[in-house]
Design a binder for this molecule. Structure first.
Ligand code: GLU
Length: 467
C-alpha cells in the first residue's frame, strides 16, 4: 500500500486558532509516524473573509509548532482558489452522469415551498425538471436514496439517513464552486487518504462521502477530533476566549510546551507524566486513543506545562528566550537595562515563571531608578510594629557585612531572632523597600545583585517615607 497522505486545510479568515494547531499537529504526528505526507492546503475561496496576512499567519504558526515546510514529509502550500476550474469540471461531469441537476429556485421560492409543505429546506423540486444552465441557476447534487455510513476513527460508526440530506449546491448561480465540492475535489486531486479534522465538520461528512463516491473514488479514512471547550464547558470562541496561537506565543509560551500541551487534550502518552518529548508523541499517538468527549483547554495547565519547559532550558537558552521580553514595551527606561545584571538574575527567575512575559515584572526593580512601590504591598507590610526597626537593622548591618546572599541573610536572621519573629515576617518590609512588591525572586540573592549602595539607598528612602 502507498504511504498515507494526510492534510491540513485551514481557511485563512483570522488568527490561527489553538484548535487548528491541534488538528495540524495530529496530522503532522501521523504523517511522521507512518512515513506519509502532510499536505497543507489553504482553503482561500471565501474572498470576503480571506486575507494574505492570515495565510502568512498560518505558515508562520506551523513553522513555530515545528511543522517544517522544508521537511520531505511536508507538501504545499496549495491554494484552493487556484483549482476553481477543476472544481467546475468535476461538477459538470456529475451533471453529465445524471448525478447533479440545475435548479432555478430563488431562496425566497424555496422558503415559500417549505412554508407550504411544512418541511424545512429545499425539497428536491427541480430534480426532474431537466433544466439546463442559465443565469442564476445553481447546480445541485442528486443525493441518492439509502443510508450513508461514516466510519470514523474517533467517533466510531456514524449513520446518516440520506433522506435527511438535501440536494446540496455544488455550483452557485454565478458558476463559482461551493465549499463542499471544492474540498472534496481537492482531496481527491491531492490523493488524500486520511482526513483528520475538527468535529464541527462531521455533519458535512456524509455529503462529502457521497461526493467521493459519485466522483468514482473510495472515501478517505475519516477522523473527527473533539472540540475544545473553556472552563464553562462552552466551545472555545474567538469572542469569549483567548484562542489565537499568536497570542500565547507573544506571551512567551514556548513552542515545545504548546505542542506538548495541545497533544494532551483528549489523549495522553503512556506512563505517569504527560510531559514528553515530541519524538515519543510521534511514536505513541493513535487516533483510536483520542477521547471523543470535548477537551478542556485549560490555560492554567498550559502555563504549568510552560513552567516545566522553561525550567528544562539551559541557563543560556533561557537567557536567549527571555531576550524579546526585555526590550520594547518594558517597565524601565531602555538605557537602564543591563544584560549582565539580567544574566545573573536569570537563574533566580527561571524556576518561578509560567510564561516569559512574566519576566519584566520579576526583574524591573533591578533596572528602575527607584522601585515601583505597590501601595497594597506597602500598607500591608509597613504597618507592622517592627517595620521601622527591621529597616534600621538592615541599614546598619548591610553597611559592613560580607556582600553575598549568605551575609545578607545573616543580618536579617540576627534581627529576626532578637525579636523572636519569623523570617517570613521580617523579610516582607525589606522586600517591599527594595523591590516594591511582596513577591518576586529570592530576596537575599536579589539584594546581592542589586548591590550594597543601591540597596542601602532604597532602604533609607523607605525608612524616611515611613516616618
Ligand atoms: N477549511 C476548513 C476549515 O478551516 C477545513 C475543512 C476540512 O478540514 O475538511 O474549517
Amino acid at each position: 500500500m502507498d504511504a498515507p497522505r494526510y492534510r491540513f486545510a485551514p481557511s485563512p479568515t483570522g488568527f490561527f486558532h489553538v484548535g487548528g494547531a491541534r488538528t495540524a499537529l495530529y496530522n503532522w504526528a501521523l504523517a511522521l509516524r507512518t512515513g506519509g505526507t502532510f499536505v497543507l492546503r489553504i482553503e482561500d475561496t471565501d474572498e470576503s473573509r480571506n486575507s494574505p496576512e492570515w495565510t502568512q499567519g498560518i505558515i508562520d504558526a506551523l513553522a513555530w509548532l515545528g511543522i517544517e515546510s522544508t521537511s520531505p514529509r511536508f507538501e504545499g502550500p496549495y491554494f484552493q482558489s487556484a483549482n476553481a476550474e477543476l472544481h467546475r469540471v468535476a461538477a459538470l461531469r456529475l451533471h453529465a452522469e445524471g448525478k447533479a441537476y440545475w435548479c432555478d429556485l430563488t431562496a425566497e421560492q424555496i422558503q415559500e415551498r417549505a412554508k407550504e409543505s411544512g418541511r424545512q429546506g429545499y425539497d428536491g423540486y427541480s430534480r426532474d425538471r431537466g433544466l439546463g444552465p442559465g443565469p442564476g441557476h445553481v447546480l445541485r447534487f442528486r443525493v441518492p436514496e439509502g443510508m450513508t455510513v461514516v466510519d470514523d476513527l474517533v467517533r466510531g460508526r456514524v449513520e446518516f439517513q440520506n433522506d435527511t440530506i438535501e440536494d446540496f449546491v455544488l455550483l452557485r448561480g454565478n458558476g463559482s464552486p461551493m465549499f463542499l465540492l471544492a474540498n472534496v475535489v481537492d482531496d481527491i486531486e491531492m490523493r488524500i487518504t486520511n482526513v483528520v479534522r475538527a468535529e464541527e465538520h462531521l455533519p458535512n461528512t456524509p455529503k462529502q462521502q457521497l461526493l467521493w463516491e459519485a466522483l468514482g473514488h473510495a472515501p478517505p479514512v475519516w477522523a473527527h477530533v473533539p472540540v475544545l471547550v473553556n472552563e464553562q464547558r462552552k466551545k472555545l470562541s474567538k469572542r469569549r476566549d483567548k484562542v489565537a496561537l499568536e497570542q500565547y506565543r507573544a506571551e512567551g509560551i514556548l513552542a515545545d510546551a504548546m505542542v506538548n500541551y495541545l497533544m494532551t487534550l483528549g489523549w495522553a502518552p503512556a506512563g505517569d507524566t504527560e510531559i514528553v518529548p515530541w519524538s515519543r508523541i510521534v511514536d505513541e499517538f493513535r487516533l483510536e486513543d483520542v477521547n471523543h468527549s470535548p477537551a478542556f483547554f485549560d490555560v492554567k495547565k498550559l502555563s504549568a506545562f510552560n513552567g516545566d519547559y522553561v525550567r528544562m532550558l539551559t541557563p543560556a537558552e533561557f537567557i536567549d528566550a527571555a531576550r524579546p521580553f526585555l526590550a520594547g514595551d518594558v517597565p524601565w527606561p531602555a538605557d537602564r537595562f543591563d544584560q549582565s545584571v539580567f544574566d545573573s538574575a536569570a537563574p533566580l527567575i527561571q524556576t518561578r515563571i509560567g510564561a516569559l512575559a512574566d519576566i519584566p515584572a520579576m526583574v524591573d526593580f533591578l533596572f528602575l531608578a527607584d522601585p515601583k512601590i505597590d501601595p497594597d504591598a506597602w500598607s500591608k507590610t509597613m504597618a507592622t510594629e517592627y517595620a521601622a526597626d527591621v529597616l534600621d537593622a538592615m541599614s546598619e548591618g548591610l553597611r559592613g557585612c560580607a556582600w553575598g546572599a549568605e551575609g545578607i541573610k545573616a543580618v536579617l536572621d540576627a534581627f529576626t531572632e532578637s525579636r523572636g519573629l519569623k523570617l517570613g515576617k521580617t523579610q516582607a518590609p525589606v522586600r517591599v523597600a527594595v523591590t516594591g512588591r511582596t513577591v518576586g525572586p529570592p530576596l537575599f540573592e536579589s539584594i546581592e545583585i542589586l548591590g550594597r549602595e543601591e540597596t542601602l539607598r532604597r532602604i533609607a528612602a523607605a525608612r524616611s517615607r515611613l516616618t
